[in-house]
Design a protein around this ligand. Structure first.
Ligand SMILES: [Cu+2]
Length: 321
């Protein structure tokens, strides 16, 4: 994936950085995170995609990346030193986590439109409540990549990746433990390939709304006091949220949003403070890792590849008690 990220970076330049950053983190944990708990309601704008987004909690990625890149990434991973810098500028940390992939089985044929996965995770506490907040030893989450592109971060041992906009054929899932600031633990990486042979392929999503996209925060209101946790609710304009497109080749007008606290540029590629990502209009913020006092929360519109949409962000400053 390093190779992939490189490619993307070179293609997108600055924006690519954010992409890589996203590749390092993303928030809404799969089954545990944003999806389930936090979000009260699906994005109304989604209509036809709503069911797909439900399933999309897990996401997959389109046929944009060839599986050939996986080999190189493997090599890159092997070279990753603890706390060292990866080639792509990605820091590799040593979380101590041990991952095993219980499913899918190697080269399993997948006929449905989601690939379910199940991991064994040991020597590591997965807790998405601390994502985007200062690192805690032995605590973090894991990232799932499809063909080298980040889908999302997860905290449950099971999840799934949508095959929306994914071409039939061989694909690879990669699982990587990550610290709270979203740096990947390359040594923990586990890969498994599968063969996607859909019985009833999903109609591809090809284009979304046109016009300049923007996002605004409906709640909380500036100056509000929050404690324990709270929901951020946003409203996008000229933009559709799609869970199923997380990590896929970008479809104009489609994407999701990232939620950051206090900074949009801290840490590796700005992801150090990313609390999570959401493909719905509401995201539940955990304050578990955030100190009391005034804090600024950001909502940033992102394309499917997790690159921020220039100028499309909003923020709100609230008091954390
Ligand atoms: Cu992460």
């Amino acid at each position: 994936m390093i190779a992939k990220r490189y490619l993307v970076v070179s293609l997108l330049g600055l924006v690519g950085l954010a992409l890589v950053a996203a590749g390092c983190g993303s928030g809404g944990s799969s089954s545990s995170g944003e999806t389930s708990a936090s979000n009260s309601k699906p994005a109304p704008a989604e209509s036809s995609e709503s069911s797909e987004s439900e399933a999309g909690m897990k996401e997959s990625e389109a046929g944009m990346q060839e599986s050939g890149g996986m080999k190189e990434s493997e090599g890159a991973m092997a070279e990753g030193k603890e706390g060292g810098m990866e080639e792509g500028g990605m820091m590799s940390v040593d979380t101590g986590a041990k991952l095993t992939v219980d499913s899918p089985k190697p080269n399993e044929v997948v006929y449905g439109n989601d690939v379910a996965f199940k991991l064994g995770i040991s020597n590591f506490e997965v807790n998405c409540d601390y994502a985007g907040t200062p690192n805690r030893k032995g605590v973090g989450h894991y990232h799932v990549e499809l063909d080298g592109a980040l889908i999302n971060m997860f905290c449950a041992e099971e999840g799934q990746v949508s095959m929306q906009n994914v071409k039939p054929g061989k694909h690879t899932l990669t699982f990587l433990a990550a610290d709270d600031e979203h740096a990947d633990d390359m040594k923990s990486a586990k890969e498994v390939s599968f063969d996607y042979q859909p019985t009833n392929p999903l109609p591809p999503i090809t284009s979304g709304p046109s016009g300049k996209p923007s996002i605004k925060i409906l709640s909380p209101k500036p100056g509000e006091t929050v404690s324990g946790g709270f929901d951020i609710t946003v409203e996008p304009t000229n933009f559709k949220f799609s869970c199923a497109l997380y990590g896929k080749e970008d479809v104009p007008g489609y994407g999701h949003w990232h939620i950051n606290v206090d900074s949009t540029s801290k840490g590796m590629m700005g992801m150090g403070t990313m609390l999570g990502m959401s493909c719905r209009r509401t995201f539940h913020v955990s304050l578990a890792g955030i100190e009391p006092g005034p804090h600024t929360f950001y909502a940033i519109l992102e394309d499917d590849q997790h690159a921020p949409t220039p100028g499309a962000q909003a923020s709100v400053r609230v008091n954390v008690r």
